[in-house]
Design a protein around this ligand. Structure first.
Ligand code: NDP
Ligand code: GDP
Length: 327
């Protein structure tokens, strides 16, 4: 039975990846950072019904010795580095923390792997945010990067260190340049979940307005369940490499709102208000990925449409709010 170690197991992707790897017969171990709110830890794993099937070990991405200890005791065959300060907007408020977790933290994991488990396979969660101020209308593995936030700069450092460890030490280290991916388990601060949660609350009469920032930005949104399949496929390849994972369709926030509100029979223009304090100091206006390499080399393709994903997210948020109002 192969062993997988997942950093960021309590996040959206960590939960879906755990589910996938358990289905495939892996022993799944997750790195958990200590929190005073232990009672709410693992909410996403619980939602998927797998909390009691994964092993959780204490550690932190900023603490190299904890990572070395975990590599020694867990002896993973595959390591998925998903942990990060992952919210772009927060990275301007906490640029140093973002640099030390999202950037240097990834190198701590690489170092622990190099020192203790150099034959293990390593996945780095890179991001389409690295393309930032896009240099080509459709972005693939060869498109030059132009990061636009402290988050994207930190991710770019981690990305190049992954490439560097592969080239310097011959490590099986791959980087997935994933475009935005969402689900009912997406953090509430991200725009898709903020919208589907807002739609549910407005539909149930719990709110009337939804404040948003820039409605003109566009994103290439896929479903997290599809995207964790690509992560796993990358580590099953003979040779490590970098891959863009995307749907090839880009949609504005405005159109996302239009689809989401109309799903429950509402008009978004009656409820969405724009607020200047939700605008970002520097914006990534458009992202649109070309995943041809992943399609041909990994035989990967997305299976969920944007409309299907929005429906799933709204149904989950309606159920959550109905549940809350009952209690
Ligand atoms: P989430 O924000 O949902 O999860 C982040 C995870 O990192 C959580 O488990 C969090 O733990 C953990 N974490 C944060 N800081 C530390 C730390 N210092 N030590 C250990 N663990 C820590 O992210 P997603 O699941 O959405 O994304 C997974 C990865 O993929 C991230 O690296 C993200 O930046 C990247 N990515 C995501 C994309 C997306 O669209 N979702 C697109 C491209 C890349 P806790 O629960 O304690 O907060
Ligand atoms: P990101 O692509 O990782 O930054 O994912 P987000 O979901 O946080 O943001 C996607 C886009 O939505 C960005 O261009 C934001 O500026 C835009 N956006 C507009 N209003 C909001 C909002 O209220 N919250 C968030 N998170 N993003 C918003």
């Amino acid at each position: 039975m192969p062993t997988a170690l997942i950093t960021g197991i309590t996040g959206q992707d960590g939960a879906y990846l755990s589910q996938l790897l358990l289905e495939k017969g892996y022993r799944v171990v997750g790195l958990l950072r200590r929190s005073a709110s232990a009672d709410v830890i693992g909410e996403r794993l619980r939602w998927l019904g797998i909390l009691d099937q994964v092993e959780l070990v204490d550690g932190n991405l900023t603490d190299l010795s904890s990572l070395i200890r975990i590599m020694e005791t867990v002896k993973p065959d595959e390591i998925y580095n998903l942990a990060a300060q992952s919210f772009v907007a927060a990275s301007w408020q906490q640029p140093l923390l973002t640099g030390s977790v999202t950037g240097v933290g990834a190198v701590n994991v690489l170092e622990a792997v190099r020192i203790v488990r150099s034959d293990a396979r390593f996945y780095q969660a890179s991001s389409s945010e690295m393309f930032g101020l896009i240099q080509e209308p459709v972005q693939n593995e060869k498109t030059p990067f132009y990061p636009r936030s402290p988050y994207a700069v930190a991710k770019l450092y981690a990305h190049w260190m992954t490439v560097n460890y592969r080239e310097s030490f011959g490590m099986h280290a791959s980087s997935g340049i994933l475009f935005n991916h969402e689900s009912p388990l997406r953090g509430i601060e991200f725009v898709t979940r903020k919208v589907t949660d807002g739609v549910a609350r407005i539909k149930l009469g719990l709110a009337t307005q939804l404040p948003l920032g820039n409605l003109d930005a566009t994103r290439d949104w896929g479903h997290a369940r599809d995207y964790v399949r690509a992560m796993h496929l990358m580590l099953q390849q003979e040779t490590p490499d970098d891959y863009v994972v995307a749907t090839g369709r880009t949609t504005s926030i405005r159109d996302f709102c239009r689809i989401a509100f109309s799903y429950v029979g509402l008009n978004f223009e009656d409820h969405v208000v724009t607020r200047s304090d939700l605008l970002r100091p520097a914006e990534v206006q458009v992202l649109l990925g070309d995943a041809d390499k992943a399609r041909s080399a990994l035989d990967w393709a997305p299976s969920v449409t944007l409309e299907e994903m929005i429906a799933e997210m709204i149904e989950a948020d309606l159920a959550r709010h109905r549940g809350q109002s009952r209690s």
